[in-house]
Design a protein around this ligand. Structure first.
Ligand SMILES: [Mn+2]
Length: 364
């Protein structure tokens, strides 16, 4: 469908619409945003069905389809061809049908040569999201970097194979995702139990618990994860469960677990992945607006999507030009000041120094 399931009927920050039933409307896309307003897979608090609509609009700037990044010096929404395909028309109460519909739409986007960014929805959608991408790029060819407090590798939860605690096991079982190319960051707390952890170990997962990340540093863990994620794989799928962040930074979510990433750490990590690695798909899940406060969580999710798009834009520009982004470059360094503005400014400075008799500096 071309519109959104839970209104208002807007696109992500005002980017142009496309319609997945009309291939010509997204044939030239670099990125297609897709809403998956599903929360029938939640085990605890529901509400993530309102995530896509919150993620599209949570921003204090105009919905004008333009966001020039201060840090990356690109306007990802303009430099790339970014469309919003609206929401998958789904019924949260029929999860088996919902995951089939999501997979089909993600596959369409990927087969057209674009990167899908799926706005969740609960984490159930990672199963059809990654599968839709892997159907095009090849099963086993798409690694995954997964940000989450929870492993999401359960087998049968509440009597169901399909739900937000099991998508990663379904992906590995089907062969869409190689267990030894599956990286998890931010796990903590008191779930899953020992049999599930043993299943994970047996399948060669690399899971970074928060204590390891704190002890070794996030940068070192990411560098190590990047090496694994890019070995014998065409590219990476990034799955961001917003509950990877501490509930103080992301309260609006269904299963909050204290002691997580800061918003800053998540944005830095996502930016680094999208700048350094070939990213083939992204989902941002578990934003549940009914539990949010002052839009904290929706704003963070919106910025995660923007960092993804901006970093991909910068990566493409640098690869085309043979240049490299330097995160240590001062904000105003290297900016080519317009000649007219430079002359006006010099004139103003000269007047301040020379006229009116007042000299700012007295040397004795
Ligand atoms: Mn989670």
């Amino acid at each position: 469908m071309a519109g959104v399931l839970f209104g208002p009927d807007i696109t992500f920050l005002g980017v142009p619409r496309c319609d997945l039933t009309d291939e010509s409307s997204y044939a030239d896309a670099d990125i297609v945003i897709l809403g998956a307003p599903l929360d029938g897979g939640t085990s605890y608090r529901s509400g993530a069905r309102f995530g896509p609509s919150a993620l599209r609009q949570a921003c204090y700037l105009p919905q004008d389809g333009s966001r020039p990044s201060l840090a990356l010096r690109v306007d990802g929404l303009k430099d790339l061809r970014v469309y919003d395909a609206g929401d998958v028309m789904l019924y949260s109460g029929d999860i088996e049908q919902a995951v089939r519909l999501i997979e089909e739409d993600v596959y369409k986007i990927t087969a057209a040569g674009a990167i899908p960014i799926i706005l969740g929805g609960d984490h159930t959608i990672a199963w059809p999201d990654h599968t839709g991408v892997a159907r095009h790029h090849g099963f086993g060819n798409v690694s995954m970097i997964h940000f989450d407090a929870h492993a999401d590798t359960g087998d049968i939860l509440n009597g169901s194979l399909v739900g937000h605690g099991t998508p990663m096991r379904r992906l590995i079982e089907s062969g869409a995702l190689r267990g030894d190319r599956f990286l998890q960051l931010g796990l903590r707390g008191y779930w899953p139990d020992e049999p599930v952890l043993q299943w994970m170990a047996a399948h060669g997962l690399r899971s970074y618990e928060m204590t390891e990340i704190v002890a070794r540093g996030l940068e070192a863990c990411l560098t190590e994860a990047f090496e694994i994620a890019t070995t014998d794989c065409e590219g990476v799928f990034i799955s961001v469960d917003i509950d990877v962040c501490d509930p103080g930074h992301a309260p609006g979510t269904g299963t909050p677990e204290p002691g997580g990433f800061s918003a800053r750490e998540l944005l830095d990590a996502v930016r680094r992945i999208c700048y350094e690695l070939p990213v083939l798909g992204v989902d941002v899940v578990e934003v549940a607006p009914p539990y949010d406060h002052a839009d904290i969580t929706a704003l963070l999710g919106n910025r995660v999507v923007l960092e993804v798009i901006s970093a991909i834009a910068r990566r493409r520009r640098d690869r085309a030009n043979g240049t490299t982004w330097d995160p240590m470059q001062p904000l105003l360094a290297g900016r080519e000041v317009d000649e007219q503005l430079r002359l006006i400014t010099e004139g103003e400075e000269a007047r301040r120094r020379g006229e009116g008799g007042a000299r700012p500096h007295h040397h004795h």
